[in-house]
Design a protein around this ligand. Structure first.
Ligand code: CLF
Ligand code: SF4
Length: 319
């Protein structure tokens, strides 16, 4: 399969994107979204609904015994919920802290690896809590093809984890990509993922979603690439850029080969020189079942969790 030309065209198209297409409709919601507004984070909380069981790619800092480190602290294992349990979970969380403005799916795998599960969750929650703002994070592989369904489900905020806009760098970060049942590795997987991510981001922005990019800062791999990435996503109309320190999960490939965790100081040093895009500085790298204020997680108090192993399915036998 040839993906390289498409990936290159995708990257080139960044140059054509405009930087002023943030949806005006979402401005009021931004004021109530604790991740998109530091002011909102002081009084509004979010609830993560951990219904995304499986993942369709393999990041070298991840080990699937744990939550997706793209949006969570590594080493944390959240319990899974079925979509039908989501409404009950929200009632329970609101009994502890009522000022919940956002309901989100952020793992423990990828939200769009099994889109039906995620969409069903939002559908059920929307019927009971129509005023909640819906948010979702994804690695972006399946974003574009699900964009209409996400819109219909009432999702307004999307986070894509994008760790490189250069396929050569991306190829050092991902071990494989499973797309439509076919396993891609090496450069081919990086080019495919990058093409899908960039198409997905561009489509999400043009469809009126407010988009945040999470980038995991990996010392020696993409640290000198962050500025170039910020320029690219700025041109694509991304609203917020969140550079997160990589802390390799136990037993992950990067941990095995000794790649050091990035520090908060590394993040400050790298992001302080970025201009023209909003930089998130209050991320808590929270769990995929986090609930409450960003600074006061109440997920440990909740009862209706269900102990269950994550789906550790790999896309290539023996890998
Ligand atoms: Fe959750 Fe992410 Fe939505 Fe926030 S988290 S899906 S945008 S509602 Fe927030 Fe947590 Fe940081 Fe994520 S503090 S890890 S940025
Ligand atoms: Fe792990 Fe998340 Fe990457 Fe999937 S997207 S491999 S769950 S870090």
């Amino acid at each position: 399969m040839k993906t390289d030309n498409k990936a290159i065209n995708s990257i080139r198209n960044i140059e054509k994107d405009s930087n002023n297409n943030v949806s005006v409709d979402n401005n009021e919601d931004i004021k109530r979204h604790p991740c998109f507004s530091i002011e909102a984070s002081k009084s509004y909380g979010r609830i993560h609904l951990p219904v995304a069981k499986s993942c369709n790619i393999s990041c070298n800092y991840c080990h699937r015994d744990y939550d997706c480190p793209n949006e969570s602290r590594p080493g944390v294992t959240s319990r899974l919920l079925e979509p039908e349990e989501a409404v009950e979970r929200i009632y329970e969380v609101k009994s502890f802290y009522d000022e919940i403005s956002v309901a989100a799916v952020a793992g423990p795998g990828d939200s769009l690896s099994d889109p039906e599960n995620t969409l069903k969750t939002f559908e059920l929650v929307r019927k009971e809590f129509p005023k909640l703002i819906f948010c979702m994070s994804t690695n972006g592989l399946n974003l574009k093809e699900n964009i209409n369904d996400l819109k219909d489900a009432g999702i307004k905020f999307i986070t894509v984890t994008l760790n490189a806009t250069d396929a050569a760098i991306a190829s050092k970060i991902y071990k494989y990509v499973n797309y439509k049942g076919v396993c891609y590795k090496g450069n081919e997987s990086a080019e495919l993922l990058l093409e899908k991510q960039l198409d997905g981001i561009r489509t999400a922005v043009s469809e009126g979603f407010t988009v945040k990019i999470n980038s995991v800062l990996i010392p020696g791999i993409n640290d000198t690439h962050i500025k170039e990435m910020s320029e690219s996503i700025k041109k694509m109309g991304v609203y917020l850029f969140n550079v997160m320190p990589m802390i390799p999960a136990e037993k992950s490939f990067f941990q095995k080969i000794g790649i050091q965790a990035a520090t908060r100081q590394d993040i400050t040093d790298i992001t302080s020189g970025l201009t023209g895009i909003n930089i998130m500085k209050h991320c808590r790298q929270c769990r995929s079942d986090a609930a409450g204020l960003l600074g006061n997680d109440i997920s440990g108090k909740l009862n209706n969790n269900k102990e269950e192993n994550h789906d550790n399915r790999k896309c290539c036998s023996g890998m």
